[in-house]
Design a protein around this ligand. Structure first.
Ligand SMILES: CC(C)(O)CC(=O)SCCNC(=O)CCNC(=O)[C@H](O)C(C)(C)COP(=O)(O)OP(=O)(O)OC[C@H]1O[C@@H](n2cnc3c(N)ncnc32)[C@H](O)[C@@H]1OP(=O)(O)O
Length: 257
């Protein structure tokens, strides 16, 4: 299938999605949302793909939801159409997703990056939730995910003043996992994704599920959940292979079984 707003590639076991609306700084319109859902579904159905990288251009990961598309909507349009709800399906991706962010990640762009499992930032990255400057507020999960990522004080500062955070501040605050030079961004993100894709898929997916559970539950419940998944992994062939390989001082050959 040909995409209008995305470039989709397979790089070995990694699915690469590049946002491709350069004239609008990758503003997220409804076509892009539907195409991304479709692309993710394809990568999820493809057993050869173990992880996904989402990236934009050097100038912009994404400058937010498409303001030109939204500006004339009424309350009833937004409410009855459940505006932005489609992004929840993207956030629910089961395979690990890495956001490789260069340039602006604003509004929905920042929110999209935060839907991924972690963010690798180029040294020119800028994050922000400037919706307040437009007379609105975050609507793709920003007030929730940003608060969990950086804490109440910084999230309030960002969402109420609309100011941007550079890569160094974002790393210090825990929003991004690492900063790399802009010309190494894709290489580093693809390498991280390839590494993840090379591990046992059940272990990878359960690890992701368990870490995400930490954001939604109590410590005791989360630890219980983790323990059950941990025990379940002893039913996999990959656990036998991983531990045998360690003892035999060789590289494991995981089969996702
Ligand atoms: C998802 C929700 C619910 O949370 C809501 C949102 O995401 S609302 C959107 C939040 N984002 C913003 O408010 C950022 C808007 N963009 C900017 O402030 C600036 O474009 C910039 C600071 C990112 C970059 O500035 P500059 O380098 O001067 O480039 P521009 O000339 O402004 O932009 C180039 C081109 O792109 C169009 N553009 C940029 N952002 C958007 C957008 N979010 N929606 C639609 N179009 C966008 C901009 O209009 C320019 O196009 P032309 O006017 O030249 O055709």
């Amino acid at each position: 299938m040909a995409y209008e707003t995305l470039i989709i590639e397979k790089r070995g076991a990694v699915g690469l999605i590049t946002l491709n609306r350069p004239h609008a700084l990758n503003a997220l319109n409804s076509i892009l949302m539907h195409e991304m859902e479709e692309a993710l579904a394809r990568f999820h159905e493809d057993d050869a793909i173990g992880a996904i990288v989402l990236t934009g251009s050097e100038k912009a990961f994404a400058a937010g939801a498409d303001i030109k598309e939204m500006k004339d909507l009424s309350f009833t349009d937004a409410y009855l159409g459940d505006l932005m709800a489609g992004w929840d399906r993207i956030a629910a991706s089961r395979k690990p997703m890495i956001a490789a962010v260069s340039g602006f990640a604003l509004g929905g762009g920042c929110e999209l990056a935060m839907m991924c499992d972690f963010i690798i930032a180029a040294d020119n990255a800028k994050f922000g939730q400037p919706e307040i400057t437009l007379g609105i507020m975050p609507g793709m999960g920003g007030s929730q995910r940003l608060t969990r990522a950086v804490g109440k004080s910084k999230a309030m500062d960002m969402a109420l003043t609309g100011r941007m955070m550079d890569a160094v501040e974002a790393e210090r605050a825990g929003l991004v996992s690492r900063i790399v030079p802009v010309d190494k961004l894709l290489e580093e993100a693809l390498a991280a994704a390839a590494k993840i894709a090379g591990f046992s898929r059940p272990a990878v997916l359960m690890t992701k599920e368990s870490v995400n559970r930490a954001l939604e539950t109590t410590l005791a419940e989360g630890v219980r959940f983790e323990r059950r998944l941990f025990h379940a992994l002893f039913a996999t062939e990959d656990q036998k292979e991983g531990m045998a390989a360690f003892v035999e001082k060789r590289k494991p050959a995981f089969r996702n079984l």
